[in-house]
Design a protein around this ligand. Structure first.
Ligand code: PMT
Length: 500
């Protein structure tokens, strides 16, 4: 195949010229130059070669030849659906897991059939649904041992009190419970049941037994349950389930379970934000008072940098505009260092100006931008004088979030933070409206007696036009991961709407 032909082929393979330009970070003229000159710079070819498995093939960066991707590149989730009202939620879960490039095979218990049909599950997973321990065809095609062994992870969602009790006591009277005994993959349990059943000592004792066996529980959530009662027992949020699975997969102690070596890790981790361009602000700004002094704040940049790292890991092209901090640029991000709010705005402006014809998809303003700057700046250091301290004349800095939110090239998704000392929710809601942000992540300045600035933890109240969610206190990386899950879900549903 001639080089030129392979470029035409690549354009198709990477979803068309627009997408390929986005991936390569070039405009239409550069792409047609590559084709005319029959030459793709090697660093660009390498970039494509790294991304190719996300598009379902391998690419040799030297010859630009395409070959089928190794099937094992997707993590195999064996989803066990047990019989509760929340079983229908497993359908949404399957769709989301697939957005994150997990391959899902489902096993349904007999009572799960009362709530959803194997046909709908199989239509979504694209795989046969297994139910019967003694089905000879299945035993020939794939016995319960192989089914359990093939899984990288077993997810029981929803898990009823009955099923939890069965696996706690090692029963193996159906396919689903037998698999739990056979598998050596990690098991995750998403309980969903009536609040009294969940609170019952027998259930709690069974959960304790399973937790001691290193089985991970996700949820249940508090709130109104399908049976009309209120309390703990709701099926956890889909985004939360995925964030926990991702977090476990990404945490070092578990890597060996899933990846034989670190170099495999890169290809196996799902890239739900591949092809998306994200601009992130982080850290403080320093507004000079004179050549030696400044107005600043205690932001360490930890939260913004964690978000940048998580977005890059999820495959986004990340530009991080950062005030002065003591952190290294996260890998695979482009870092622009600035000091003042005006410089931060200029850096964001040149990214938004779409100089190379490409649109930013999402902006995340995590920076603690100083609200004030000096009206005038002298060249000389302010001196002490007999007439007392100097009267500093201040004016407002540009509000970058509000400016992006009202910008003619407004990205599809604009996200801000709100750091508040009081009336968190109301202040955050009014900031979201005023600054025309889609989402605000509100964090209280003081959390558990510590200031959120420079600490390793954060606790968030997520606010959008239609919903509010309290994100429990966790480390800033986990908060970043959770945000990535939300962003990915947003894009996967709005991309779908756009393509329909
Ligand atoms: O950096 P860390 O030590 O990890 O701490 C994290 C953090 C507390 C700094 C972060 O979680 C956070 O809350 N960042 C926003 C802090 C802030 O300035 O909040 P605000 O309520 O004053 O501003 C609201 C929003 O407007 C923010 O998205 C802010 O980036 C943006 N803003 C504010 C003023 C301004 N001139 N320009 C802006 O873009």
């Amino acid at each position: 195949m001639k080089y030129q032909e392979s470029l035409t082929y690549l354009i198709e393979a990477f979803g068309g010229s627009d997408n390929l330009q986005k991936i390569l970070g070039v405009g239409p003229s550069a792409l047609s130059n590559y084709r005319r000159r029959e030459h793709l710079p090697f660093n660009q070819a390498q970039k494509l070669s790294e991304l190719a498995p996300d598009y379902g093939f391998n690419l040799d960066p030297y010859s630009l030849r395409i070959s089928p991707v190794n099937k094992k590149a997707k993590l195999e989730i064996l989803l066990i659906i047990t019989g509760g009202i929340a079983a229908y939620k497993s359908l949404e879960l399957i769709r989301r897991l697939q957005d994150f490039e997990f391959s899902v095979t489902a096993v349904m218990t007999e009572s799960a059939h009362q709530f959803i049909t194997p046909l709908s599950v199989s239509a979504l997973t694209g795989n046969k649904v297994y139910s019967d321990l003694f089905d000879l065809t299945d035993e020939q095609e794939m016995g319960h041992i192989q089914l359990a062994r093939k899984a990288d992870l077993v997810l029981i969602a929803p898990a009823t009190a009955n099923f939890i009790s069965k696996i706690a006591h090692g029963l193996a009277d159906d396919l689903a419970s037998t698999i739990c005994l056979v598998t050596d993959a990690p098991i995750f349990v998403v309980p969903a049941m009536n609040p009294h059943m969940w609170a019952n000592l027998a259930t709690q004792e069974n959960c304790r037994i399973l937790r001691n066996r290193e089985i991970t529980f996700i949820g249940p959530d508090d709130g109104d349950t399908a049976c009309g009662e209120n309390g703990s027992g709701r099926f956890a949020e889909t985004s939360f389930i995925i964030s926990i699975i991702q977090k476990k997969l990404l945490s070092n102690e578990n890597l060996n379970i899933f990846f034989e070596n670190k170099s495999q890790q890169k290809h196996l981790i799902a890239k739900p934000l591949a092809g998306k361009r994200i601009l992130i602000t982080a850290g403080p700004t320093f507004e000079p008072i004179d050549p030696v002094r400044f107005i600043g704040n205690r932001s360490s940049g930890k939260q913004g940098y964690a978000i940048a790292a998580a977005c890059a890991l999820a495959g986004a092209e990340v530009c991080l505009v950062s005030g002065p901090v003591n952190l290294a640029a996260p890998s695979d991000t482009r870092l622009i260092n600035i000091e003042t709010a005006e410089q931060m705005q200029q850096a964001c402006a040149s990214e938004l100006q779409v100089a190379n014809g490409l649109q930013i998809d999402c902006v995340i303003c995590a920076a603690a931008v100083s609200d004030w700057q000096m009206v005038e700046l002298g060249d000389l250091k302010l001196k002490k004088s007999d007439s007392g301290p100097p009267q500093l004349r201040l004016k407002e800095t540009p509000d970058i979030l509000s400016w992006v939110g009202h910008h003619p090239s407004r990205p599809r998704l604009v996200i801000g933070f709100a750091a508040e000392t009081d009336t968190l929710k109301q202040n955050a809601q009014s900031k979201r409206m005023r600054k025309n942000a889609d989402w605000i992540l509100a964090n209280s300045v003081i959390q558990s007696g510590e200031t959120v600035f420079n600490s390793d933890k954060n606790e968030i109240l997520f606010i959008s036009e239609t919903k509010e969610e309290a994100w429990a206190a966790d480390n800033k990386q986990a908060i970043a991961q959770k945000l990535v899950v939300h962003i990915s879900e947003y894009f996967s549903s709005t991309d779908l709407d756009r393509n329909c």
